[in-house]
Design a binder for this molecule. Sequence first.
Ligand code: NDP
Length: 234
Amino acid sequence: MSRSVLVTGGSRGIGLAIARELQQAGDAVAVTYRSGEPPEGFLGVQCDITDYAQVDAAFKTVEEEQGPVEVLVANAGITKDQLLALMSEEDFTSVLDTNLTGSFRVAKRAVRGMMRKRTGRIVLISSVVGLLGSGGQANYAASKAGLVGFARSLARELGSRNITVNVVAPGFVETDMTAALSEERQAEIKKNVPLGRYGSAEEIAKTVRFLSGPDAAYITGAVIPVDGGLGMGH
Ligand code: NDP
């Protein structure tokens, strides 16, 4: 099975693990990168997902090089943590603009080709924080919760075209994003995780592989937690 896949924010962390996993599954994988260098072994397309013109240009390149995108993984995301009283409007809107509106931009561009082909898979990377909330992360949690309503609306709109739209909600995963947390905070988080550890990027990637593959053909509008039990019941 070789499909045309696009993973946003695939230059490092969870996105890179997803790109590797899908490439191993036999897909042609393109990754967007914003800064630095693209990872080796993939079609790298530079793209800031806060700019629709860049998103459109990235899709054009992918279409030319490996065909219309059949699997979209909207993974790129940022945090700008701050308590509400100290959070600037820019801290709030920029996180929403990247995590939520950024996913809107890439999904909107991707469905054009998927609707034509009457098949497609969209996987959005949310977070357990979108379901549980998190002090100091109101902007991030709002953006990640927003992805759930967004995905479920798309699942309803696009189901008749055989396009599935699902959400993966990782718990805490070892990447640059969590390395930025203080040791104290990291220990506190692990205490609340039934499995007692962080997840690995590869563990998230394997769930994305499943959701994008043939065994998940009848799953849409789902929110799949991969969080060591942290968000149980949500
Ligand atoms: P990283 O910070 O390691 O990587 C984030 C990636 O997103 C980078 O490739 C980054 O590019 C890219 N990116 C950020 N902003 C933009 C933008 N405006 N346009 C294009 N690309 C952008 O994050 P993780 O790998 O940890 O996280 C990946 C996803 O998983 C995120 O959506 C995150 O919210 C989510 N997640 C992570 C968890 C964790 O514990 N790590 C837990 C739950 C969810 P660049 O290199 O240029 O900065």
